[in-house]
Design a protein around this ligand. Structure first.
Ligand code: NAD
Length: 485
């Protein structure tokens, strides 16, 4: 008798509206970091698959871009509601692939908001001008054609929606490359696209590693823009690939080493609760997690006590249980990376103790723990007494994604917010606090470009200036009459 165990899901590529194997039949296995069980057999896209996806997207582009914004919005709105209706399934898929606690999962709501917003927001406009005598001049915003989105594993649905929503609303056709560590949720979205009403080829979904498919996308001559969220190292490679090939537009959302400054007059309980939440969310695997906390000397001991209470209140366990508030790290490689940082740090500081949920006090500013993005539940807590000095320490990094300040003195709060070299700053709040309608992105090596409801559409549109000679407009003075002279 055959086994009654459910078959392991086979995840295929979506090219031109059809689910297909990789051109060379390649697959890779995906295991749950919690149970070790096989949770997916994933097709590994080849360079030929990238070509096929580009061909499908090129074919779909003329009809898709010719639709009115409202007509393009209809499938986006439908996708928003399909995603929202399946939030529990998405939470489970992320728990299976990266060990993310389902209790932490907000991504389906986030994705639904993105697609819902861009379903309505595709009315891109340029501007017009009568400032050149003899001309009516105007600019047009038009889609690029075939574009690509490359996403990381830590919150795949968030990044998929942040990129696909505006790219599609703008009239582009898209190739999405998922992360090799977390392709399941994107595959689930791929399966919704037909029901949502997207014509074949408008969205193509490829799975696989950076080598080969990621690199092939970034080097492709017919892909005109790529938006990437991931590490600085990969961002650098992507920009280099674009420069070596067709100068495709590159949008980069990269890593962080986000500082928080807690002054002596801060609401300490709130600061401890929120800074702990920030570094523990998604097992510390969040780009904007506050991994460096500077607390004023006068309240440092009390803050550390409150912070440790917050850490201890977390329940570590099976990510699929609603009682679990802290799942696992994404995989063995991630575990080894994080623990090696902590071990090195402990040696440097000559400390002993458990590594995992680590709050490390008094770390030298030049330590690797203070400089590198660890991307795990590790926070360095240092004390300070001088505002100018602590701000210099906060800014002494190549990252600049998120920073925060806690103080009841709002003059000081604003002074510090202005001085922090960071794309986003929280005053009496910290990451992941943000706002839909404000730009998301980083200073320095934390990124290039900004995403957000009011910003993202621009990422996906070309700008065309049209100069139209018009008889009768030759003289600005004559045209504007006696009062214009
Ligand atoms: P990563 O850079 O290793 O991989 C991200 C994606 O790039 C994956 O899909 C991967 O397959 C692909 N890739 C790898 N090499 C490539 C190449 N040469 N060409 C094209 N694509 C390639 O990052 P990760 O480990 O998946 O994610 C963690 C990183 O992402 C952290 O540094 C984190 O800070 C950052 N991140 C940033 C933000 C943000 O919004 N700023 C959000 C989440 C994560």
């Amino acid at each position: 008798m055959g086994s009654m165990a459910p078959a392991t899901p086979e995840v295929k590529l979506l090219i031109n509206g059809k689910f297909v194997d990789a051109s060379d039949g390649g697959i890779f296995d995906l295991h749950s970091p919690y149970s070790g069980k096989l949770v997916g057999r994933i097709a590994e896209a080849t360079a030929a698959d990238v070509d096929s996806a580009v061909n499908a997207a090129s074919k779909a582009f003329p009809a898709w871009s010719a639709l009115s914004p409202a007509a393009r919005g209809a499938p986006l709105a439908k996708l928003a509601s399909l995603i929202s209706d399946s939030k529990d399934t998405f939470a489970k898929l992320e728990a299976q692939s990266i060990g993310r606690a389902t209790a932490d999962f907000f991504d389906a709501h986030y994705a639904s908001m993105q697609f819902g917003y861009f379903a309505q927001a595709a009315y891109a406009t340029g501007h017009s001008s009568l400032n050149t005598p003899g001309f009516l001049n105007f600019s047009l915003r038009q889609p690029f054609g075939v574009v690509a989105a490359i996403i990381p594993w830590n919150a795949p649905l968030v990044f998929l929606s942040k990129k696909l929503g505006p790219a599609l609303a703008a009239g582009n056709t898209v190739i999405l490359k998922t992360s090799e560590k977390a392709p399941l949720s994107s595959d689930y979205v791929a399966k919704m696209l037909d029901q949502a009403g997207f014509p074949p080829g408008v969205v193509n979904v490829l799975h696989g590693h950076g080598q080969v498919s990621g690199e092939a996308i970034c080097r492709h001559m017919r892909i005109r823009a790529v938006s990437f969220t991931g590490s600085v190292m990969t961002g650098r490679r992507i920009m280099r690939a674009a420069a070596d090939t067709n100068f495709k537009r590159v949008i980069l959302e990269l890593g962080g080493k986000s500082p928080v400054v807690v002054f002596e007059d801060a609401d300490l309980a709130a600061a401890a609760k929120e800074t702990a939440f920030s570094i523990l969310l998604n097992s510390g695997q969040t780009c904007m997690a506050n991994s460096r906390v500077y607390v004023h000397d006068a309240v440092a001991a009390e803050f550390v006590k409150l912070f440790e209470e917050q850490i201890r209140s977390r329940k570590v366990g099976d990510p699929e249980l609603s009682s679990t508030s802290f799942g696992t790290l994404a995989d063995k490689g991630q575990w080894e990376r994080v623990t090696s940082f902590v071990e090195k740090g402990r040696k440097e500081l000559q400390q002993e103790g458990a590594v995992f949920l680590a709050a490390i006090p008094d770390v030298p500013e030049d330590s690797q723990l203070m400089k590198d993005e660890i991307f795990g539940p590790v926070v360095c807590i240092n004390s300070f007494s001088d505002e100018a000095k602590v701000l210099a320490q906060c800014n002494d990094t190549e990252y600049g994604l998120y920073a925060a300040v806690y103080t009841k003195d709002l003059d000081r709060g604003m002074r510090v917010a202005k001085a922090l070299e960071s794309g986003m700053v929280g005053v009496n709040c910290t990451s992941p606090t943000g706002a839909w309608d404000l730009p998301f992105g980083g200073y320095k090596q934390s990124g290039v470009g900004r995403e957000g409801f009011l910003d993202s559409l621009n990422d996906w549109l070309e700008n065309k200036s049209v100069f139209m000679r018009v008889k009768g407009l030759e003289s600005a003075a004559a045209a504007s009459g006696p009062l214009g002279r």
